[in-house]
Design a protein around this ligand. Structure first.
Ligand SMILES: Cc1cc2nc3c(=O)[nH]c(=O)nc-3n(C[C@H](O)[C@H](O)[C@H](O)COP(=O)(O)O)c2cc1C
Length: 249
């Protein structure tokens, strides 16, 4: 197995970091790797904001639901969908780009671009021996994140990425059975096959939690998912995105 595959397969989210900032060189390497990701039609519709200011990190940690590792890490990146740049380009080139920029398609393109860049950054960081944890919790209050980071209209902060020197490794979380995620030629819709794969995974996850918690926790994955999806969350999002003149048509 080569080193890249080893790094990818060894992934786990880490949430305890040493109190040591990343070097400028490490930050540059991680961002350059993010920028090397493929990008739809060369559009590069994302921006990355590195947050160093202690007060801002503290506030972001609170917004994210008091997640301490948003404040305590080696560096905190915020990945944003960004079509502001392209509005500026439209003005510069005197072209009517608004209807395209405001479309759902272009919003999806920006989300995809930002996510691909982020995952390149995550793998780069992990390959340097650093730990990472994505932070969707910042979407609890995007209005405030936007003010805090002074992002213009058409720049939507999507998630954070906490990076740092790991204090201790956690166990790797098992994923769904490969044959449940990977279909060949057509989507597997046989309910018996489909559900038996999910039940098999339920058992695996239940055992995983049981072993990790000395028997205190045995929840199944389907139970976890249904429990989460049973409640609505961050329902302000559509309004927020549209207020920022994106995903309008
Ligand atoms: C976009 C995104 C947002 C996430 N947000 C959070 C978060 O706010 N807090 C957290 O502790 N983990 C967060 N995670 C990490 C997931 O919980 C984690 O990836 C998942 O449980 C699988 O565990 P693993 O990464 O250790 O394999 C996020 C992951 C992604 C991809």
């Amino acid at each position: 197995m080569n080193k890249v595959i080893e790094t990818i397969l060894n992934h786990r989210s880490l949430r305890h970091f040493e109190d040591k900032p990343l070097t400028d060189e490490q930050i540059k390497t991680i961002v350059s790797c993010a920028q090397s990701a493929s990008t739809s039609s060369f559009i590069q519709a994302y921006s990355i904001i590195g947050v160093k200011d202690k007060e801002k990190k503290k506030r972001l940690a609170e917004i994210a639901g008091n997640q301490g590792y948003v404040e305590n890490n080696g560096h905190f990146f915020v990945f944003c969908a960004d079509l502001y740049r392209h509005t500026m380009i439209g003005e510069n080139e005197q072209k009517n780009v608004s209807p395209s920029i405001e479309s759902t398609e272009k919003f999806m393109v920006a989300l995809i671009d930002a996510s691909l860049a982020a995952q390149n950054a995550a793998i780069a960081a992990e390959s340097l021996g650093l730990g990472i944890c994505y932070i969707g919790g910042i979407r609890n209050n995007l209005e405030e994140v936007q003010k805090l980071l002074k992002t213009p209209e058409q720049v939507i902060p999507l998630f954070g990425l906490a990076v740092g020197i790991p204090v201790k490794l956690t166990d790797k979380k098992p994923r769904l059975p490969l044959e449940h995620v990977y279909h060949e030629d057509e989507y597997e819709q046989n309910t018996e096959v489909y559900m038996s794969q999910l039940h098999k995974y339920d058992e695996l996850i239940s055992r995983y939690y049981e072993e990790r918690t000395g028997g205190n926790r045995k929840d199944r994955w389907m139970q976890q998912m249904a429990g989460m999806l049973d409640k609505k969350s961050r329902m302000y999002m559509k309004e927020f995105v549209q207020k920022n003149k994106l995903d309008l048509q």
